[in-house]
Design a protein around this ligand. Sequence first.
Ligand code: SF4
Length: 1020
Amino acid sequence: MLFNRRQFFKICAGGMAGTTVATLGLAPNVALAQTRQYKLLKSKETRNNCTYCSVGCGLLLYSRGDGALNNRLSIFHVEGDPDHPVSRGSLCPKGAGVLDYIKSENRVQFPEYRAPGSDKWQKISWDDAIDRIARLMKEDRDKNFIEKNAQGTTVNRWTTTGWLVTSAASNETGWLAFKVARALGMLSLETQARVCHGPSVSSLAATYGRGAMTNNWNDIKNANVVIVMGGNAAEAHPVGFKWAIEAKINNGAELIAVDPRFHRTAAVADLYVPIRAGSDIAFLLGVINYLITNDEVNHEYLVTHSNASLLVRDDYDFNVEDGLFSGYNAEKRQYDQSSWTYQTDANGYALRDATLQHPRSVWQLLKQHVSRYTPEVVNNITGTPVDNFLHVCRSLASTKTNDRAATFLYALGWTQHSYGTQIIRTAAMIQLILGNIGVMGGGINALRGHSNIQGLTDVGLLSNRLPAYLDLPKDSQITLEQYLAEKTPKPFGPTEVNFWANYPKFFVSFMKSMYGDKATKENNWGFDWLPKWDKTYDVLQFSKMMRDGDANGFICQGFNPLAAFPDKNSVRDGLSKLKFLINIDPMPTETAEFWKNHGESNDVDSSKIQTEVFRLPSNCFAEEDGTIVNSSRWLQWHWAAAKPPFEAKYDPEIISRIFLRMKELYAEEGGPGQEPMNSLVWDYKESHEPSAEELAKDYNGRALADLKDANGNVTIKKGQLLSGFGQLKDDGTTSCGIWIFCGCWTEAGNQMARRDPSDPSGKGIHAGWAWAWPMNRRVLYNRASADANGKPWDPNRVLIKWDGSSWTGNDIPDFTATLPPSSGAGAFIMNNDGLGGLFCLNRLVDGPFPEHYEPFETPISTNPLHPKQISSPAARVFPEDLARLGTAENFPYVATTYSITEHFHFWTQHARINAITQPEQFIEMSENLANKKGIKLGDTVKVSSNRGYVKAKAVVTKRLPTLMVNGKEVETIGVPIVWGFTGQTKKGFLTNGLTPHLGDANSQTPEYKSFLVNIEKISA
Ligand code: SF4
């Protein structure tokens, strides 16, 4: 990055609108031609990646120190890596200031302990801390471990202690945490994905087969239309956003921003379209209605690659009066989904009508379902002016041709709702109708937030998951046979790839990775050792358990639930009821200090809180080896540039010490559930400190016996690393912790550490940089970039094509390489019908089609489409939380939360440069509302919901338009989520003090984007 600190501030002040394309690295010739500066001579250069967002920008860390005994390397300079294909040497204000995070004076220096009722920390040795933690965990586990449930099924679960794993930890740390937690029987094992991108997984997997960004950062440059909706990429992913600008400049793309706020993306867009927070489904279903009504459809793609032609069962229905799909049980707030599937023949294969005219075809049902969403209805629900809405429709429609593509870029603006999954799904359906999936410049691109949120989701750190989207068995899955039968889908057509048919191979290889020689065919590969779940122990569930007194312990590893879970005051009540809380973090978090009085920001009486609290200092990203996965699914290996400072330890060492000490206690004293713990593979060279290399090879997988081909020739020798998941077996001869990562570390070496930035096609594929799951494919579903005969839709944007004997091209085929088009197998190999799902069968709990529901706190107090069913009938909500909701009468304004460029959640408040650039909490409001309330720029205001309040400076702005919705003026208040009561910024209020404790029906991700508040002026 070629600017000095003064220029850096100028960029911060000007925002994206004030930056130049060259500054952001879009002039690679300049960036690459620079000579390395002399000041770095004699320093050690280490490759790493930015720890903040999921663009995963390349960093060069420079450290000094001669490596002698007793000499510690010290990082003194950070700059962008000019070779990195996404960032090309550029960094945003956060990444450019990351040195102040690494060297923060706030870093936790040594283990600390807070005794019950105390108002202060006291220093504690590592040994004493580990001893006490192991003791507390064992006591709780011994008391609450359930070996068998009431039906006598072995369930081996421990639910009263939870574990949150950081979103910036490496995959290797995540894998170790997974192993230990499951071996102990823990069910409440969660990562940040639950709080942010869970709906991306549930929606995209239900539609296309996998829950990840379909394309990649560089590919955005190939788009002709870029829709940024449910996100603000210029602000939250500044360096990745340059590829949208690249599309605009070099591909003539139109950039459209749809948002309640005129934000930094809108400032550089061709069109800004206002929308009421939380009304996105109505908008997007309106787009589908427009496309169908005006026949703006890519018919050939639709019939070839979507399930439009398949016939749905006669008993499936949507009642427009009730606003409900068939099968609803109001008492349970659940659907019986049995009618949400296809009509089948005697073989179980789906019936279809390629003319799309059959009244039970998906296409006709969809047409009927969306017909209510006319432009006028959309305008009435969303507040979006009709002409703006139609402009978006027309722009999208222009990409139905084979030589054009549109991409959607979104983030938490779509995920954090009680129906976030269905918002994303609606956009995913639009892209199928236009033929924009599997093609260059297309896709539904989930812009992940945290640096490794994709990776830790892949690792399976969610309460009901195993790695790589396998499912943890549940209570009702009593035997291995039953479990595998239920998890292995049958194909809906005779020739479908139906890749999940390989489920048993993935599962058995995973079990061999966990339990090694102890997992045998005779003991069902250790099936009974896995904890079986009775309900989802997601963050909302565990939060409720804490406040109900049903939880005793909590490990918060790089996670700050007091700030991240909704309804902060109820979370604090819950934490106060715990027996023990263990924080593992490089920085002091609000959670670690929930018991401490910080004035009005956290007004508690420490003497009344009996929780024992530990604060254990860990490494940060710059002090570890390992991988993180960016939004593009690239596993990028990074290296440590220094050791953890002071007494801080490497995360895997902390985890290992706790686990091994617990095992010692069990060996000495006995206790329940020891078999899973003692069977866990733990063959690391340093048993207290497994290395990143060892853990990565674990999850890549090995041959456990000589593997032979059909002719009996040995192809892989016992002990060798596997080179792809096609080699996995279900007979116990292979191990593989995370099957989608198989091939990342082969006998040819660490593929994740590859650094060839070349791009022969010029289309942004960069196949030699890092390694993308699965099997280094860069655009998912790329078989759909070609027609039924395997001919690319667009000769100028070839991903793969059928050459007569195999699929070849610029990307690795996301398809069986030698399976000819004539086989008739569908492009979406993870779906058992081989097709993109306009109708998503019974893969989602709240409907096979999306439907507009209001937020639980709605400013219009009704649902204009079906007043009898205002909000989502299947959303995650507990009865006591309904009582904490406010009404429009008392809280008349819509609030929405968001991030700002200069800060990353609650981390950068500890970094001086970020604290200087944005030192104090603020909220945004329209001039209209400010006039009504007599509030002026800079006044201190109090924003209140029915659950709590924040006080902040008022920013009165034209950025938040007043909208007319259902005949009523609706005002929106913008609440950035940055400030807390620790750190170097001015003390602030946690924003989640305002937000409701409820979430998405499918992923349980909390609602942060649309809730009701009031506002009053406190002082001028
Ligand atoms: S925060 Fe994101 S965009 Fe900014 S430097 Fe880090 S990875 Fe890049």
